[in-house]
Design a binder for this molecule. Structure first.
Ligand code: BJW
Length: 231
């Protein structure tokens, strides 16, 4: 039975109405990356960074999983072999579609991290008002549980093991601009996996894939899942 490792990025949530990062209408538009997605930015201007993430957390209430999330959830339910969905996304659309084997390597909007006691707490509201940490009671110490530039992504040991063991590596909706995720295809390929990219356009790392399918994820992913499930 094949072991499947799927990497997803912002492109898989684009058809749900969440902006991707790069490009003319990208999330960074109006913000410099280093003003909102680095620990230094948070130290310099916590109000700006909290407001940026509060707005994105609130936006989650307005969007729904799309056909690509639902297809991956179906694959997760029906695939009897090993499978892991490693997502760079901080939204919860994979889970809301029903997927269970999901690893959020860049953190989650709906989680808060206490800098005083290190606890991580499920969080739906804003953090701008400096609420108290439910674990230790300290006010004003919660930050978004997001992996910023220069910080170590979550789950790297588990991901690296899965990359070495994968028979099939599939990358969906990511530009290949951010490491270490951008290098996963090479690790998987050198370890012997077949590699497939599904993206609106060839990514920066498309040369490393055995096969590249270009088009919207909401259209291409359901068809690919049907192929894998043998329909
Ligand atoms: C569609 C579509 C549709 C649209 N259907 N497709 C020099 C060389 C190598 C590395 C470095 C370097 N200098 C610095 C580094 C490290 C740095 C890095 O990579 N920097 C780059 C700028 C070069 N990386 C880090 O600092 C990371 N940590 C780290 O490296 O720790 C050290 C270490 C780790 C492991 C081993 C050893 C050491 C941390 C990176 C944290 C990234 N954080 C962000 C922001 C926080 C999350 C948030 O606010 O939401 O995560 S950056 C941002 O980019 C976000 C995303 O997860 C990430 C990737 O973006 P993604 O998902 O690819 O989105 P886009 O917009 O770029 O692309 C979307 C794609 O979809 C496009 O191709 C579209 O065409 C496509 N598309 N519609 C299908 N309908």
């Amino acid at each position: 039975m094949e072991r499947i490792l799927i990497l997803t990025g912002a492109g898989i949530s684009a058809e749900s109405g969440l902006a991707t990062f790069r490009g003319p209408d990208g999330l960074w538009e109006g913000h410099r990356v280093e003003d909102v997605a680095t620990p230094e930015a948070f130290a310099r201007d916590p109000a700006l960074v909290q407001a940026f993430y509060d707005a994105r957390r609130a936006r989650l209430d307005e969007v729904q999983p799309n056909a690509a999330h639902r297809a991956l959830a179906r694959l997760d339910r029906e695939w009897p072999g090993e499978l892991l969905i490693v997502t760079q996304n901080v939204d919860d659309l994979h889970e809301r579609a029903g997927a269970r084997r999901v690893l959020h390597m860049h953190g989650e909007l709906r989680s808060a991290w206490c800098l005083a006691c290190d606890a991580r707490t499920a969080w739906r509201d804003g953090l701008s008002s400096g609420p108290a940490c439910p674990a230790c009671g300290k006010a004003g110490a919660l930050r978004p549980d997001i992996v910023w530039f220069g910080e170590m992504p979550y789950g790297m040991e588990r991901i690296e093991a899965a990359l070495r063991e994968a028979d099939l590596f599939v990358s969906i909706g990511t530009s290949g601009a951010v490491y270490p995720a951008a290098g996963f295809v090479q690790t998987a390929r050198y370890a012997g996996a077949r590699t497939l990219e599904i993206n609106l356009e060839p990514s920066l790392g498309s040369v490393w894939f055995d096969e590249v399918r270009t088009g919207p994820a909401g259209k291409l992913v359901p068809g690919w899942v049907e192929e894998v499930l043998g329909e």
